[in-house]
Ligand binder design. Structure first.
Ligand code: HEC
Length: 315
């Protein structure tokens, strides 16, 4: 029973992880000033009726979580907001001090500041989370630029539940799914903040071209998002094998194929993959569309974790 639930959970997260994309913004001249080049500085209005500018007032030098909603949405959005409210609770006072949450309405004609305010009350939205409305054309432009725009005919909701987490100062942006479990989201956002805190601010400032930072562990992020539902590194078997030491036990080429195209290895009757498949009760290692770069980050992370654990054990 427990196992069944796990598999359900794993395959559900398998669906969502496909939407985990690292999104780095192309250079484009939009707002005034050298640092504002990535982002539109459109005017928005908060639930309290206050005018703000997207770049100057909302994101410049800040760490933010952004999603697009509309208050009359009936399908996924209420869940999206309810989950984010739980994430806010889990992160506690960090929201409002270390990180700001923004929900921007894609139906600004209907979602006046008053409507937004009563929506926030319904969902027990706490401090540090602002709801915004504005001109439809500005918001469409903004959502396209942020990679949060979806064609209104895409589903019954008329939009996809994306969540954008970013650090404007470092140019680090991650797009996740707003429908991930609140604990997962809170951990992802927490890790994002901790990575920021533990690293050298001066170094981060130098990365202004939108490239990922060296010291942000992409491997850890990807592993946490795409693999942890089924694998541990040194904490025993789960749905799949413990990956401690796997980078030494297998060749790199085999590992890359196993991570990127596991179905091919099975189709080819690769002896190791076939034996593992039998051992793990016919649960298939899924193809989660891992790119070459991502696979290398993940392998690097497994290697580093293996080394760290071995050092810990021998100490
Ligand atoms: C839905 C569960 C699931 C997910 C998610 C998953 N795996 Fe697996 N993985 C398995 C199973 C089960 C096996 C055993 C082989 C089989 O049954 O196909 C396996 C096998 C492996 C192996 C081979 C282990 C060995 O001993 O040689 C590696 C490496 C691996 N997975 C890495 C990953 C990585 C990296 C990710 C994330 C990108 C990932 N897996 C995501 C279930 C999963």
């Amino acid at each position: 029973m427990l196992m069944k639930n796990w598999i359900k959970l794993a395959s559900a997260s398998g669906l969502l992880i496909a939407s985990a994309v690292f999104q780095f913004f192309p250079q484009a001249a939009i707002a005034a000033g050298p640092d504002a080049s990535h982002f539109p500085n459109v005017e928005l209005i908060t639930q309290d009726g206050k005018k703000v500018h997207f770049y100057d007032d909302m994101i410049k030098g800040k760490i933010v979580v952004i999603d697009m909603i509309y208050t009359s949405c009936e399908y996924a959005c209420p869940l999206e907001t309810a989950r984010l409210a739980q994430v806010q609770k889990k992160l506690g006072p960090r929201v409002g001090s270390d990180i700001l949450f923004y929900s921007i309405s894609i139906d600004p004609q209907h979602d006046t500041p008053e409507v937004l305010k009563s929506y926030m009350e319904k969902f027990h939205v706490g401090p540090g989370w602002t709801f915004l409305t504005g001109k439809k054309a500005d918001i469409d432009f903004l959502s396209k630029r942020l990679g949060l725009y979806s064609d209104p005919s895409i589903n019954k909701d008329g939009h996809l539940p994306h969540l954008l987490i970013g650090n404007e100062a470092t140019g680090q942006w991650i797009r996740g799914s707003a429908l991930d479990t609140p604990s997962f989201q809170a951990r992802m956002i927490g890790d994002f903040l901790d990575n920021f805190k533990h690293s050298n601010l001066a170094e981060q400032k130098s990365t202004t071209d939108g490239r990922p930072l060296e010291n942000f562990d992409q491997g850890q992020y990807l592993f946490g998002r795409q693999c942890i539902a089924c694998h541990t590194i040194g904490h025993g078997e789960s749905i799949g094998p413990d990956l401690l030491g796997v980078t030494q036990a297998r060749s790199r080429q085999w590992l890359l194929r196993m991570i990127q195209k596991p179905e091919q290895l099975l189709d080819e009757k690769d002896p190791i993959a076939t034996a593992l498949f039998k051992k793990y009760n016919g649960v298939r290692m899924p193809n989660t569309s891992v790119s070459d770069l991502e696979a290398n980050y993940i392998i690097g992370y497994i290697e580093a974790q293996t080394a760290a654990r071995r050092q810990g054990i021998h100490r």
